[in-house]
Write a protein that binds this ligand. Structure first.
Ligand SMILES: Cc1cc(CN)n(C)n1
Length: 325
């Protein structure tokens, strides 16, 4: 089978939300290819924490079962987090269905989740080895549904300030232009990880940032966090760009002409449109860059990258497909 849901951006494309039906109840969740837990806002959370959210009520589901003694606790790269207990229920994403999917029920969530009332939980699409359920990690929705899909893959079609889609089971070639390039994934650390060590600016001469530099395809991260050498070289080409500690990264005059950026994905260059690198206005003249330096040595290609690139995540042969859109 296949499954298709819309991916609707929040303001500034900070994240994208997609409808998921759990035990007959539909919540909008943030699909995150950089983590492996499916957790939801639910009736166990305080009224203060759930104000404005859509919550899942396990007592109203005919197919819910508690996973006795199981718990989860997850922290994300942006410092946010959630923790709670666990059950199983039937999960349907646009027609792709898993019965007895582990559904993690938050009993505590960090402030940023409480405040983001469009987000009613996360659906992890990285590898199941990263699942935080104790005492026994559980499989992701994709791992569980994979064998029933027409093709063992899902695709992310994220758009700038417009509805896109996640699709399970097929590559809709009408969603992109040109050829799709497939690259090998290193699953050792549980991410959709690949080598990305070269870059060029506006199609200029390719440069190597750091030999063997790695990147992950992460739909749950807003920005494009690249090797510091990439960010330095890019913003050196933008008049008035500064690395502003107070703002927390590179900013530039909002009327700046932003060059395109090419990044290699497993050896083939993928383009990030300059227009997509203008992330958000921070004051009347100043804008904050969608490209920032990654502090940790691992590059994180988030939504800024996906707005220019249609990506297929193939769990059959552990490859990533990239195409411009
Ligand atoms: C909630 C959340 C998810 C991610 C990326 N995996 N981040 C950085 N924050």
């Amino acid at each position: 089978g296949t499954g298709l849901v819309t991916a609707t951006p929040e303001a500034n494309d900070v994240e994208y939300l997609s409808p998921v039906t759990i035990g007959g109840q539909t919540l909008n969740l943030d699909f995150d290819s950089g983590s492996s837990d499916l957790w939801v806002f639910n009736t166990q959370l305080s009224r203060a924490a759930t104000q404005g959210h859509t919550i899942y009520d396990p007592t109203k589901s005919k197919t819910f079962a508690l996973m006795q003694g199981a718990s989860f606790q997850i922290s994300y790269g942006d410092g946010s987090g959630a923790a709670g207990n666990v059950g199983t229920d039937t999960v349907d994403i646009g027609g792709a269905t898993v019965t007895q999917q582990a559904v993690e029920l938050a009993t505590a969530v960090s402030r940023s989740f409480v405040e983001d009332t469009n987000n009613n939980g996360l659906l992890g699409l990285a590898f199941s080895q990263l699942n935080t359920i104790q005492p026994a990690p559980q499989k992701t929705f994709f791992d569980n549904v994979k064998s029933s899909l027409a093709e063992p893959l899902f695709t992310a079609d994220l758009r700038a300030q417009a509805a896109g889609a996640y699709e399970f089971g097929r590559v809709d070639t009408s969603k992109f232009t040109g050829e799709m390039t497939w690259v090998p994934v290193n699953t050792t650390d549980g991410f959709w990880q690949f080598t990305s060590e070269k870059f060029s600016i506006d199609g200029g001469a390719p440069q190597t940032s750091t030999a063997g530099a790695q990147a992950i395809a992460d739909t749950g991260t807003t920005l494009l966090l690249a090797d510091p050498a990439v960010a330095q070289a890019y913003y050196a080409q933008v008049d008035g760009a500064v690395d502003d500690e107070q703002q927390g990264g590179f900013t530039f005059p909002c009327n700046a002409q932003l060059p395109d950026l090419q990044l290699d994905v497993g050896g083939t260059m993928a383009t990030v449109k300059g227009t997509d690198i203008n992330f958000a206005q921070v004051d009347d003249q100043t804008c904050f860059g969608g490209l920032q330096a990654s502090p940790a040595g691992l590059q994180i290609y988030g939504d800024i990258f996906f707005k220019s690139n249609f990506v297929a995540f193939n769990g059959g042969n552990n490859t990533l497909g990239f195409a411009q859109h």
